[in-house]
Design a protein around this ligand. Sequence first.
Ligand SMILES: [Zn+2]
Length: 172
Amino acid sequence: MSDYIVEPKSRKELRDLANMLRKFLGLENELRIPIVELLDIFVIIFDDFNYEIVCDNALPKTVHAETDIRSGNIFIKESVFERACDGKGRDRMTIAHEIGHYFMLCICGFKLQRAFNIKEVPPYKDPEWQAKCSAGEFMAARHLTEGMSPAEIARYCGISREAALYQFKHRN
Ligand SMILES: [Zn+2]
């Protein structure tokens, strides 16, 4: 995905988008997003959305999950899916990240182009940064985590301590 650039979006725009999705799903006041259950809900709501649990060696070692934006298919490693079902923050965030790719590119239609000859893609144009940012904003809603410590954000939102600290530092 990093061979591509996408139309620029700020954290503020991605936060608004994450909140719009929360509202659409009736989850605007839900501290802990039921991300695994959302996969099945997305299958019902969005015609072109699908997800597949694949065996761990079907994807490269460093890849936890992958989204094919042409088909709207999300592939999730079996081990990642199982840990997400068990409530592990990092794996829940992996699913949110892929849903972020799908939502921004397939539903919202952010324009994507190949980054030929572009040596450095600024974060706000990088689809990976955008997916990371929108997943964080979606999983730890700013309006619900106001005044919380990183440890509380991790606990109540069901995300990793690392991700909670990141959200804590990027609240503005
Ligand atoms: Zn990604």
